[in-house]
Design a protein around this ligand. Structure first.
Ligand code: MN
Length: 709
């Protein structure tokens, strides 16, 4: 670790594995970077150039091409110094400029929150990575050096960087098959996130190693003798499970350290696949294997192309020993993964084998094209990089790999989007199962489809794959859009009618002009915007007929003279002049009180209305009210709905209210400073019972935080 870093050392390192390396390019990159960063210092006080140089060393350890190492030297120049991407392009070419640009964070001012900025930067990097994978390898080297020198940062920053590393970069390294990197990133993160636990485990592992040394030696001796006897080549080494791996195992199986049996295991490397199985046979003939612990990742490789045989046996002294058996080539792939592609090679596109590493990413980028939200993308990537999988079969016997927890719906979307959309049922191994069934290793799945069915919003509660989630959401969004168009038209027509204007205006050229003036391309977009509550019908009308000056924002509503509706009696006198109060929107069934206003008759309030409490000094003017409307009388009730701020919620709410045949007479949607939606409806209801019913229904909807009157 305390290797002295120098340009000379770097050049020697590179030349050792690539004798035709472009050393001039590396020298030029080093001097350029060193000059650009000359006034900067690292946190520990050393000249900044030490960091890019260390990153370049890591890339050289990975035996990367010279362009990657140059990019490693230059990776912070655009972000931290006056250098521009164009400068780099002119001097170092477009590949290096592209890599550095992709690693340069977007300026912070464009984002509301730090989280958002991080998500967007991450997305930008992954999109670039799907074009040139070296982007992520250089980011890995950068992150690894930052993790190795994390002690120099303030505690809060340590926590943030360590948890980001553990959540994103370590799983990503795993997904790309770079085994050594994943282990080092996990252990470094673990060390900073849970220092006490880390120290404790480190001590216990050291003790275990000491205790078992003799035993392990004995087992290795027995195996070596057996291999010799049978004439099978094999190299046996001891292997200590990494600390974070031990911690995870303890967590997952709810066990203590003493119960973790595979802290120390053995690894046998051999030459051919056949010999792997041969050695497995030898071991199983020497000692009894523990049922359920044998795994054949050679026959069925992991999604990151990891191949190996795993088995655990009861060893010579009755102690368990875990074995990993693989070829030297399989071992190299397990350690280097996608990075092995650049060994001894300059750029060149990924061959078929290596592009498998990122086919999931290209797939994800494809699926996510229509989902512009960076946070969603981040979540999707997190879901994809954890490669715990089950293997299942199509009815034709094709093997498919699905994330653990996948359901038949995930499987259906994996086959084809249309199969997903039309999925109505599933058979697993010939038996009908619920759609939320969790797929198990070896299941054969048959999807039942129907042309007349579409996906259900409920599916989002149990599907786990990004593909399924994204496709279902897209479908719902389209449905919502159609609903919003309808709702938008309705709201506009109502507004027109209220001002005694003809519906014909809706089809005129003028309304298209209004749409354009609001920055919307088409009439449909205008209707959607009104339906979603982004633009009020009122705003549209004001632009449509400015000369009419539709005026105040307040809906024309509720001050209806009493005579229109019979049914209010006050102290036995029927048919008095009344209004309902605009502050509390009373409805029949409420606990009511009347307030006598000179010349205007009685204003009806709800008893709990704060305005009434204020007027209590004039108690003499309060009278009891009994309100029993007859016939088809409807009172305006106000419903205030607080929601998570998500497009489409308004349309859903409106659809729900309409679905029980309640009219929406007015609505206003705003959002609160803390990003919540606030939607106020005035709806026509018969009485309190009906209002309670609809409020109950609204409360059950997804995304609703609070419903009040
Ligand atoms: Mn850096």
């Amino acid at each position: 670790m305390s290797e002295m870093l120098s340009l000379k050392g770097l050049l020697e390192k590179v030349q050792a594995y690539k004798n035709d390396a472009d050393l001039d390019m590396l020298r030029k990159s080093y001097h350029f970077s060193s000059e650009a960063h000359c006034s900067q210092k690292r946190n520990e006080g050393s000249p900044y150039i030490k960091h890019p140089l260390a990153v370049a060393y890591i890339l050289a350890d990975m035996k990367m091409d010279t362009a990657s190492i140059s990019a490693g030297l230059l990776h912070d120049t655009v972000e931290d110094t006056g250098t521009t991407t164009d400068d780099l392009k002119g001097i170092f070419g477009k590949d290096i400029a592209f890599i550095v640009k992709s690693l340069t964070k977007l300026s912070k001012v464009e984002f509301q929150t730090k989280k958002e900025a991080q998500a967007e930067n991450f997305r930008k990097m992954l999109l670039a990575m799907s074009e040139d994978v070296r982007v992520i390898l250089i980011k890995f080297a950068d992150r690894l050096h930052n993790m190795r020198t994390l002690e120099f940062l303030p505690a809060a920053k340590q926590q943030r960087i360590a948890s980001e590393t553990l959540e994103i970069y370590a799983p990503l390294a795993n997904r790309l098959g770079i085994g050594w990197l994943r282990l080092e990133l996990e252990d470094l993160s673990f060390k900073y996130l849970m220092p006490e636990l880390y120290d404790e485990l480190a001590k216990k592992v050291a003790k275990r190693k000491e205790d078992q040394e003799g035993y392990i030696k004995e087992v290795i001796g027995i195996i070596n003798a057996k291999l010799k006897e049978e004439g099978v080549p094999g190299r046996v080494t001891g292997r200590v499970k990494h600390f974070y791996g031990i911690y995870q195992k303890m967590q997952k199986q709810k066990i203590i350290f003493d119960e973790v049996h595979d802290v120390i295991g053995l690894r046998i490397l051999t030459d051919t696949k056949a010999n792997c199985y041969g050695i497995l046979g030898l071991i199983h003939s020497l000692w009894t294997p523990i049922p359920g612990r044998f795994k054949d990742y050679i026959g069925v490789p992991k999604s990151n192309m990891y191949q190996s045989l795993h088995t655990t046996v009861i060893g010579p002294k009755g102690e368990r020993v875990e074995f990993q058996i693989r070829t030297e080539e399989m071992h190299r792939i397990a350690e280097e993964g996608i990075a092995s592609h650049w060994k001894y090679k300059e750029k060149g596109d990924l061959d078929e084998k290596n592009s498998k590493y990122i086919s999931w990413l290209r797939d994800l980028v494809q699926v996510q094209k229509d989902v512009p939200d960076a946070m969603d993308f981040l979540e999707a990537v997190k879901g994809e990089v954890v490669p715990e999988v089950v293997y299942v079969f199509t009815p034709k016997g094709e093997i498919k790999e699905m994330p653990v927890g996948s359901t038949p719906v995930d499987f259906a979307y994996g086959v084809h989007t249309q199969v997903g959309h039309r999925c109505v049922g599933a058979k697993v191994n010939g038996k009908i199962v619920p759609l939320r069934y969790n797929l198990k290793n070896g299941d054969t799945i048959e999807i039942v489809t129907s042309q007349t069915h579409g996906p259900s919003r409920d599916w989002l509660k149990f599907v786990v794959t990004t593909r399924a989630k994204t496709r279902i959401r897209q479908w719902i969004k389209q449905e919502e859009k159609a609903q919003s168009v309808e709702l938008g038209i309705k709201l506009l027509e109502t507004e027109l009618r209220r001002h005694n204007m003809s519906n014909a205006l809706m089809k005129s050229e003028d309304i298209l002009k209004v749409a354009k003036s609001l920055g919307l391309g088409t009439l449909e977009e205008l209707f959607v915007s009104v339906g979603f509550g982004k633009i009020s019908p009122h705003q549209v009308l004001n632009r449509l007929v400015p000369e009419k000056a539709v005026g105040d924002h307040e809906p024309v509503r509720t001050m209806k003279p009493l005579r229109e509706h019979k049914g209010v009696s006050i102290k036995g006198i029927d048919d008095v002049l009344y209004h309902t109060a605009k502050c509390c929107y009373p409805i029949p069934g409420d606990n009511l009180v009347g307030f006598v206003t000179v010349g205007k008759g009685v204003t009806i309030h709800r008893r709990e209305c704060p305005n009434i409490e204020k007027q209590v000094v004039e108690e003499a003017r309060l009278i009891d009210v009994d309100w029993q409307p007859s016939g088809d009388f409807l009172a305006n009730a106000r419903v205030v709905v607080e929601t998570v701020d998500k497009p489409g919620i308004l349309a859903n709410l409106s659809a729900l209210i309409s679905s029980v045949n309640i009219n929406i007479n007015h609505l206003e949607a705003t959002s609160t400073p803390d990003q919540r939606g606030l939607i106020t409806f005035l709806i026509g209801v018969k009485d309190l019972a009906q209002l309670k019913m609809i409020i109950q229904k609204i409360r059950q909807m997804e995304g609703i935080l609070r419903v009040t009157r």
